[in-house]
Design a protein around this ligand. Structure first.
Ligand code: ATP
Ligand code: MG
Length: 650
C-alpha cells in the first residue's frame, strides 16, 4: 500500500528514465565510498585537451581548507558547449528564443552560436581583454547574453553577470568589487512590457565610480533600438565590433582550477558574496546534474525559466544544457505578461518536455486558480522542476496537477550559488516523491544534520544542514576575500561545509528544508522553522503567499509575526484574520499560532530572484525599520514602505 502523501515513480517514468532506484542506490554508494574512481570515470563526460591524472584533492580540516578537482586537467568550457557538438549538431537548435512580446522570436543553431561566440571573443581580444580579466555582463535575456558568457569562457576571461533588474549602484559596486575591465550590456531590456535602460544605468554606474572606475570599454547590443548616449573611445556597438571579426577563435586552454566565473549571491541574508567557480569540476557537475536530474534525452525540449543573472541561469540555461548539446527555450519575459497564461502557452508553443521554474512563479500563477492553464494542453510535459525556496506542498500539488496533469515527476532541487549545481533532489525515474521534500542527495553529496553544538545527528533528526565532503561543483573562494570564504562556510561546524539552511531528515532518509537557520523561531523554547508555518498558511484558501518571522515578545521570548498576501479576489477582514489563526492552531499546533497577522495585498519584499527577504520583515516586525541593512537586491522597495506604514498604524 502506498503511504498518504507519497507519490511513487510513475511506471512510464521508470521505464523511460536513465536512472531507476536500483541504479541510484548503486551509483550513490559508489560515489561516496570511492569518490576517486567514481569521478575519474564521470569526469570523462567533459572533453579535456589534457586529461587529468589527479581527481579529488580536498580537505575541510580547519587550517587546511583545500578544494581541488581534476587539477592537472586542461579544458575550455566554451569548447565543451560548442565545438564538440558541431560535427553532428551544427544545424540543431540550441535556443528557441521567445521575446518579451508574444510573436517576437528567433531560433539559434549550434553553428550560429559558435560563430557569434568566436566573433565576440575575437572582438574582446581586440579591446585588450584576455585570460584572467574580469568582464561584467549586464544584459536582457537574449541570445547575446549567452554569447557573452561563452565568449568570456572562450578566451579565459572571468565573467560576472549582474541581473538586468539591478540599479546603477548595485551594478557599480559589483563592477568595482571584481575590478571589471569591460562591461557588455544592451541599450534597453524589456520585461513584462516595462523597459529598463541598461545603457543609461551603466553610464550612471560608471559616472558614480568616476576616476575609480576600472572599466575601459563598454560593448552595447542594439536590442530595442532606442537612442543612447555614446562615450567615444569607451563605448563600442556590439554589431560593429563583430562585423570585423573572423568566425573562428581558438579556445584558450584552461587549467581545471582556473576561474570560470564570479557571481554575487541573491543577498537574502546580507551583503552579496562574490562566489567564484572554477572550470573543470563545475563543468562536470553542471552537465551531469542537468542530464540526470531532468532526465534529459537528446531530442527533448527543455525550458529553464530562470534568468541568466542567477546561478540557475548559469548552470541550467547555459553550461549544463549546452555541455549536453540540449535544445532549450530562452525566454526574455515574465510568466504573467501579457497574461498569467503565458507560461503554459510557451510550453505548448515549443512542445516543452522539461520545465524548471521557481516556487515564487508557481505561487503567483496559483493565486489565479485555473486561469493560467486554461486553453493550453501541456501534454508535452514530462518532468517538472522547482528551485529557489522550499516549495509549499500546496504549490507543489497545484503545479503537479495543473501543469503536470498528475503524472509528471517534480524534482524539487535544493542547492545554492555556492554549490554550483543541484545537491539534494529527486531523480524522476528513481525517487518516490513527498511534496515539500527535496528528498535525497545527488551522487557524491554527503549531507548531514548537526545540532547547534555541531554534533552529528543520526537517523530521523532536525537541525543545521551541513555537507561532509567536497563535490566537484563547489565554489572555491569569495572573490578577493578568501578569509570570508573560510569564515562563512567552514568555521561554524568544523570539518564540514555549512549551508546556512535548516533541515529535517525523516525516517526514509528524505531531507526537508525548513528554512534559513538565521530565520528559525524560538517560541517559549520550541524551535520552529519558517517553512512549515508558511506552507500551512499557503494551504489556506484565502492565502496566496506568506512569510513568517519572529519578533520580541515579553512572555514567549519570541512571538510569531505573519505577513500574508491574499489570493486574487479575496478581501482581508477581522473574521478572516481570526480564521487564519485558528487554521494554523488546528493544522500545526497552538504553539505555532500567529501572534500578529498583517495582510500584505501589495506583496512581500523579495530579492530580484523572487525569494522572500525575511530579514527585512523581521526588522519591520520589530519596529526597527531604520536598520534594514543592505537592500540593494530588493526587487520593489515601495512594498517595504507600505508594510512599514501598516505596521506603524497597528
Ligand atoms: P545570500 O546567500 O546572499 O543570502 P541566497 O542564499 O538567497 O542569498 P542563493 O544562492 O540564490 O542566494 O540561494 C540559495 C538558497 O535558496 C539556499 O540556501 C536555500 O535557502 C534556498 N533554496 C534553494 N533551493 C531550495 C529548495 N529546493 N528548497 C528549499 N530551499 C531552497
Ligand atoms: Mg545563501
Amino acid at each position: 500500500m502506498t503511504q498518504p502523501g507519497l507519490y511513487p515513480v510513475p511506471a512510464a517514468a521508470e521505464a523511460r528514465c536513465l536512472i531507476d532506484n536500483e541504479a541510484y542506490q548503486r551509483m550513490y554508494q559508489q560515489s561516496v565510498q570511492d569518490p576517486q574512481s567514481f569521478w575519474a570515470e564521470h569526469g570523462k563526460r567533459i572533453d579535456w585537451f589534457t586529461p587529468y591524472t589527479k581527481v579529488k584533492n580536498t580537505s575541510y580540516q580547519p587550517g587546511n581548507i583545500n578544494i581541488k578537482w581534476f587539477e592537472d586537467g586542461v579544458l575550455n568550457a566554451s569548447y565543451n558547449c560548442l565545438d564538440r557538438h558541431l560535427p553532428h549538431k551544427a544545424n540543431d537548435i540550441a535556443y528557441y528564443w521567445e521575446g518579451d512580446e508574444p510573436g517576437v522570436q528567433k531560433n539559434v543553431t549550434y553553428q550560429e552560436l559558435y560563430e557569434q561566440v568566436c566573433q565576440l571573443a575575437n572582438g574582446m581580444k581586440s579591446l585588450g581583454v584576455g585570460k584572467g580579466d574580469r568582464v561584467t555582463i549586464y544584459m536582457p535575456m537574449i541570445p547575446e547574453a549567452v554569447i557573452s558568457i561563452l565568449a568570456c569562457a572562450r578566451i579565459g576571461a572571468v565573467h560576472s553577470v549582474v541581473f538586468a533588474g539591478f540599479s546603477p549602484d548595485a551594478l557599480g559596486s559589483r563592477v568595482q568589487d571584481c575590478d571589471s575591465k569591460l562591461i557588455i550590456t544592451a541599450d534597453q531590456a524589456p520585461r513584462g512590457s516595462r523597459l529598463t535602460a541598461l545603457k543609461d544605468n551603466t553610464d550612471l554606474a560608471l559616472g558614480h565610480l568616476g576616476k575609480n572606475s576600472p572599466v575601459q570599454h563598454v560593448i552595447v547590443v542594439k536590442h530595442v533600438g532606442e537612442n543612447v548616449d555614446e562615450h567615444p573611445g569607451r563605448d563600442v556597438w556590439y554589431h560593429e565590433l563583430l562585423a570585423k571579426q573572423p568566425k573562428t577563435c581558438e579556445p584558450e586552454p584552461m587549467s581545471a582550477e582556473d576561474p570560470l566565473f564570479i557571481l554575487y549571491t541573491s543577498g537574502s541574508t546580507g551583503k552579496p558574496k562574490g562566489v567564484l567557480h572554477t572550470t573543470g569540476g563545475y563543468m562536470v557537475w553542471a552537465s551531469m546534474t542537468h542530464q540526470y536530474v531532468f532526465d534529459y534525452h537528446p531530442g527533448d525540449i527543455y525550458w529553464c525559466a530562470a534568468d541568466v543573472g542567477w546561478v540557475t541561469g548559469h548552470t541550467y540555461i547555459v553550461y549544463g544544457p549546452l555541455a549536453n548539446g540540449a535544445c532549450s527555450v530562452l525566454f526574455e519575459g515574465v510568466p504573467t505578461y501579457p497574461s498569467v497564461k503565458r507560461m503554459a502557452q510557451i510550453v505548448d508553443k515549443y512542445q516543452v518536455n522539461i520545465l524548471y521554474t521557481a516556487p515564487t512563479a508557481i505561487r503567483a500563477l496559483m493565486a489565479h486558480g485555473d486561469t493560467p492553464v486554461e486553453g493550453s494542453s501541456l501534454s508535452s510535459l514530462r518532468t517538472l522542476g522547482s528551485v529557489g525556496e522550499p516549495i509549499n506542498p500546496e504549490a507543489w500539488s497545484w503545479y503537479h496537477e495543473k501543469f503536470g496533469h498528475g503524472n509528471c515527476p517534480i524534482v524539487d532541487t535544493w542547492w545554492q550559488t555556492e554549490t554550483g549545481g543541484i545537491l539534494i533532489t529527486p531523480l524522476p525515474g528513481a525517487t518516490d516523491l513527498k511534496p515539500g521534500s527535496a528528498t535525497r542527495p545527488f551522487f557524491g553529496v554527503k549531507p548531514a544534520i548537526v545540532d547547534n553544538e555541531g554534533t552529528l545527528q543520526e537517523g530521523a533528526a532536525e537541525g543545521n544542514l551541513v555537507i561532509l565532503d567536497s563535490w566537484p561543483g563547489q565554489m572555491r573562494t569569495v572573490f578577493g576575500d578568501h578569509e570570508r570564504f573560510e569564515q562563512t562556510y567552514f568555521s561554524t561546524y568544523k570539518g564540514t561545509y555549512f549551508t546556512g539552511d535548516g533541515a529535517r531528515r525523516d525516517e526514509d532518509g528524505y531531507y526537508w528544508l525548513t528554512g534559513r537557520v538565521d530565520d528559525v523561531l524560538n517560541i517559549s523554547g520550541h524551535r520552529l522553522g519558517t517553512a512549515e508555518i508558511e506552507s500551512c498558511l499557503v494551504a489556506h484558501d484565502a492565502i496566496a503567499e506568506a512569510a513568517v518571522v519572529g519578533y520580541p515578545h515579553d512572555i514567549k521570548g519570541q512571538g510569531i509575526y505573519v505577513y500574508v498576501t491574499p489570493r486574487v479576489g479575496v478581501e482581508p477582514s477581522d473574521e478572516l484574520t481570526k480564521a487564519v489563526r485558528a487554521w494554523v492552531r488546528q493544522e500545526i499546533s497552538p504553539i505555532a499560532s500567529p501572534d500578529i497577522i498583517q495582510w500584505a495585498p501589495q506583496g512581500l519584499p523579495k530579492t530580484r530572484s523572487g525569494k522572500i527577504m525575511r530579514r527585512i520583515l523581521r526588522k519591520i516586525a520589530a519596529n526597527e525599520h531604520d536598520q534594514l541593512g543592505d537592500i540593494s537586491t530588493l526587487a520593489d522597495p515601495s512594498v517595504v514602505d507600505q508594510l512599514i506604514e501598516k505596521r506603524l498604524n497597528r
